[in-house]
Design a protein around this ligand. Structure first.
Ligand code: SAM
Length: 297
């Protein structure tokens, strides 16, 4: 990183920091934090601890959800004066469920130079080891705190075929999973990542119902920080195919034991499909069987 001269505009570095294991700091993050003129931090006490660990002394400016808008002009002025500044949050990548969005949006509009220094994010760390589809996923961040809004947010996602990633804290994890159970059903596949990169890191993988019991069975499972990853809903076409093949199975088992009319009647009761349609389907199956038997002769 080069020091700016006074007539150059400064640079804002968006620096990712560890989410638990301090060894996850990158070489570039370390260098950047030691070279900037000041650091905007979500919580200066937390960042001070990280800087002490790295042996770095710096001026820290508090920049959090409650003062971000007011700080934009000050940061813009420091940059215009040629300063180099770093933005960090308490953990992980700034702006990812953390402060910084308003600042970055405003600075980009004013055409300041912004350089991301990539590193850890709980979202990607969790997904990389979940074993769920990663070709399409949606990051949902934290669900709303209010019960009805939380439920509404989940209902809006109930048909999504994407893997869904949610952040959650220890005091709401049980409620959150309970609400997911009511919206997505017992059998939806889920992976929970707890305390990533820390001493008690663990993954739970199973159905939503199994996860709910796992959380209730041991209070320790409810402690720490969580990433919840839900498998996407089956696409409508796949659901239809699966239903069709289970209807076929029911009908063909019944046809082996009963006359077609009776088999179609019982299959209709079991599957909710029309008796006539099943009868016609049975006739077609019989016709195909006869045809293949004649061919064999
Ligand atoms: N900016 C961070 C990032 O890039 O992941 C996220 C900050 S957000 C305020 C904090 C939430 O991230 C936690 O409540 C949890 O859902 C998730 N998180 C952060 N660290 C975690 C960890 N070590 N293990 C599991 N989840 C974590």
């Amino acid at each position: 990183m080069q020091k700016n001269t006074a007539d150059q505009k400064g640079v804002l570095y968006i620096v990712a920091t560890p989410i638990g294991n301090l060894a996850d700091i990158t070489q570039r993050a370390r260098e950047t934090l030691s070279l900037v003129d000041r650091i905007c931090a979500e919580d200066t006490r937390n960042t001070r601890k990280l800087l002490n660990h790295l042996g770095i002394k710096k001026t820290l400016i508090a920049l959090h959800d409650h003062n971000e808008q007011q700080k934009i002009d000050s940061v813009a002025k420091w940059l215009a004066d040629g300063e180099q500044i770093a933005l960090v949050s308490d953990a992980g990548t700034p702006l990812i469920s953390d402060p910084g969005y308003h600042l970055i949006k405003a600075l980009r509009q004013r055409q300041f130079k912004l350089i991301p220094i990539p590193g850890v994010s709980a979202l990607i760390t969790a997904l990389s080891a979940a074993g769920l589809a990663t070709n399409k996923f949606s990051f949902e961040g934290f669900l709303p705190a209010k019960k009805t809004s939380r439920q509404q947010a989940l209902v809006a996602n109930s048909e999504s075929t994407y893997t869904q990633v949610y952040y959650e804290s220890s005091h709401r994890i049980v409620h959150c999973v309970a609400t997911m159970l009511t919206v997505f059903g017992d059998d939806r596949k889920v992976v929970l990542a707890r305390e990533l990169t820390k001493l008690y890191e663990e993954f739970f993988s199973g159905t939503l119902e199994e996860l709910y019991h796992w959380l209730l069975d041991n209070k320790m499972h409810q402690k720490g920080e969580f990433v919840i990853m839900l498998a996407g809903a089956e696409a409508k076409q796949q659901q239809n195919e699966r239903f069709k093949s289970s209807v076929n199975q029911v009908l063909s088992v019944l046809m082996q034991e009963l006359p077609l009319k009776q088999a179609a009647k019982i299959a209709a009761k079991l599957t909710g499909k029309s008796k006539n349609a099943l009868y016609k389907q049975g006739l077609e199956t019989q016709r195909l069987c006869k045809h293949s038997r004649t061919k064999e002769k």
